[in-house]
Design a protein around this ligand. Sequence first.
Ligand SMILES: [Fe+2]
Length: 361
Amino acid sequence: MMTETNHTPRYPNRLSAGYIAASLSSKAGRFFRLTALLIVLLVISPAADAAAQSLTIYSGRSKALVEPLIKKFEAEHGIRMNVRYGGSTQLAVALLEEGRRTPADVFWAQDAGALGAVHRNGMFETLPSDLLSLLPEQLHNSEGTWIATSGRARVMAYSTSRVDTALLPGSIFGLADRQWRGRVGWAPSNGSFQSLLTSMRLQKGDDVILQWLRDMRGNNAQSYINNSAMLQALAAGEIDIALTNHYYLFRFRETDPGFPVEQTFFAHGDAGNLVNVAGIGMLKTAGNKDEALAFMKFLLEEEHQQWVTQEVYEYPVLEGMSTQSVDTPLRDIQELSPDLDLDDLSDLNRTLDLLRRAGLL
Ligand SMILES: [Fe+2]
């Protein structure tokens, strides 16, 4: 009885000159050997290329949002894309767990905090200066290990029919006043809200923020599962003010130009303002660094930045790009925001702890 062997066909990666000379020495077999050699070369070259030309992305940006861009890059550059989608925080945790064994080449997150967590664990490679110099300084972290791909601002959205804009508070802390009792919506489990809280904590201290959370809860702030549900509730009259991200209103206006909501920022330098970013970093352990850098450059090309603005109403990160669809240029909004090292937004655990202590999670 024949024993089955674990037989793996092996193809030579390189054919030595000696091997080729020997193959060709027999005149009789010359034609067939040459043909066989060509076939071997044809079979192994595409395989070798495919192995080199691939890129593994961990994407905290949703598939619906970014798949068209990823497909476009794949088609234009002939680089096979492997994408793992997930929440930005969840993927950051996965990267920290996988450590040097991670298959990821790049991490594209929709929140600076998730990028900061990976950076602070020393897992990101320093990016080349020709890539960093494409962006204003505030749009990459100070050590140059990740770059922003778009901007996302916190806003106060309000009902155009039930709110007198003259009475809107200049500070987010004003929303705990009695006149707003039961009228304010927020989304305590939402990542962007939690990043805002982290930023507020870093400026005002944990005790002040814990007290504010308790005051807001005592003032009957209404919790929503996500920003879309909250904006719908705002339009329907359940609440009069919503703490949200800037782009939701623009998305609602797409299908309903008369959507009865407007939005604004808090006063200059108020802790309620925050320009967060989506961004991308390359792992030190990446096996496909050229492809990773090509993808990052692709995302910063004007055409693809335009796509971000027009499709999802986030802010383009390139200086001087038109931002008609989002009202105010990113640079002006950044001036409203308090000074902050975006890597610091990675300090999420204490924020979650405060939310739990205030009974909000
Ligand atoms: Fe969002």
